[in-house]
Design a protein around this ligand. Structure first.
Ligand code: PEP
Length: 263
C-alpha cells in the first residue's frame, strides 16, 4: 500500500489543511516537550515567526530513564489545543501507548510515532484506525525497509495519510546524537509514494548542527523538517541542548523559504 509500485505520483498528506509532499518544504516546529502554557505559546510564536505551519510538542514523552520528565499527559494536550486556538497552528504530537490513541487523537491534528515505537505493531494498528494523519519516525536501528513496513501496518488499517520522518540512526559515531542518514530521503521517496521529512534536532542532538542539517534536508529534496525550538533551552525539561533559540530563527526562515509554498 505504501510502495511506489501502484502509485505513480508521490502523495500529498494534509494536516489540518497544511500540505506535506512533493513541492513543499513544510516546517513543523515547537518545543520538544510541553512544559507550561506560557512556554508552549512562546515556542509556538517563535515557530510561526520562522515560517512554521505546524506546531510540534510532546505531551507523552518516551524517555530513556524512567526518572526523567515523562510529559504532562492530557494536561499537555489541553495546552497544545489552547495554543492551537491562539496561533492557528495545527498540532503534531506523539502517542506512546495504544491505550492513549483515542485520547491523543481527540486533540492532535497528526499523531507522531517515535523512534522507540516504530515496531510497536499494536500501536501502529491503533493509529491506523484513529482517523488522523500519522508521522512515523524511522527506528533508531531500523532499516528503510523496516520503516516502510511500519507504515504498511498503518496503511493496512485504512489510513494512507502517513508521513515518514528520518531522524538519524545509531552508528559508532559519538560526536552527534544520531547519524542523520540523509540518503534515506531519496531512497524512501523512490520506494514509497509517502512524503518524507527530516528531524535535524533529534539527529544532530546539538543546536549548532540543526541549521546545517536543515540545509542538507532542503538540498536533498525532503518534503519538510521538524525542529525543536524553545524560549529558554537552559531551563528545558527535555532536550534543551538541541533546541533552536530566537537568534536562530531568521536563518531557519531563510532556509525553509527556498521552495515556494504549495497551496
Ligand atoms: C520527538 O520528536 O519528540 C522524539 C522523541 O523523537 P524521536 O522519537 O525521533 O527520538
Amino acid at each position: 500500500l505504501v510502495s511506489r509500485e501502484n502509485h505513480a505520483e508521490r502523495s500529498v498528506v494534509r494536516v489540518g489543511g497544511v500540505p506535506i509532499g512533493p513541492g513543499t518544504m513544510t516546517l513543523i516546529a515547537g518545543p520538544c516537550a510541553v512544559e507550561t502554557h506560557e512556554q508552549t505559546l512562546e515556542a509556538a510564536l517563535m515557530a510561526r515567526s520562522a515560517g512554521a505551519s505546524l506546531l510540534r510538542g510532546g505531551a507523552f514523552k518516551p524517555r530513556t530513564s524512567p526518572y526523567a520528565f515523562q510529559g504532562l499527559g492530557e494536561a499537555g494536550l489541553r495546552i497544545l489545543a489552547d495554543v492551537r486556538a491562539e496561533t492557528g497552528l495545527p498540532i503534531v504530537t506523539e502517542v506512546v501507548d495504544a491505550r492513549d490513541v483515542e485520547l491523543v487523537a481527540e486533540y492532535a491534528d497528526m499523531l507522531q510515532i517515535g523512534t522507540r515505537n516504530t515496531q510497536n505493531f499494536a500501536l501502529l494498528q491503533a493509529v491506523g484506525e484513529a482517523g488522523r494523519p500519522v508521522m512515523i519516525k524511522r527506528g533508531m536501528s531500523g532499516t528503510i525497509e523496516e520503516w516502510l513496513m511500519s507504515a504498511e501496518y498503518v496503511a493496512q488499517r485504512g489510513n494512507l495519510d502517513i508521513v515518514l520522518c528520518e531522524r538519524g540512526i545509531r552508528t559508532f559515531e559519538k560526536a552527534t546524537r544520531n547519524t542523520l542518514d540523509i540518503s534515506a530521503v531519496p531512497v524512501a521517496q523512490r520506494l514509497s509514494h509517502l512524503p518524507v521529512i527530516v528531524d535535524p534536532s533529534h539527529s544532530g542532538g546539538h543546536r549548532d548542527l540543526v541549521l546545517p542539517l536543515t540545509r542538507a534536508a532542503v538540498a536533498i529534496g525532503a518534503d519538510g523538517v521538524i525542529i525543536d525550538v524553545h524560549p529558554s533551552p537552559e531551563t528545558a525539561l527535555c532536550d534543551g541542548p538541541q533546541a533552536l533559540v530566537r537568534e536562530d530563527l531568521a536563518e531557519l526562515a531563510e532556509l525553509v523559504r527556498v521552495l515556494p509554498p504549495v497551496v
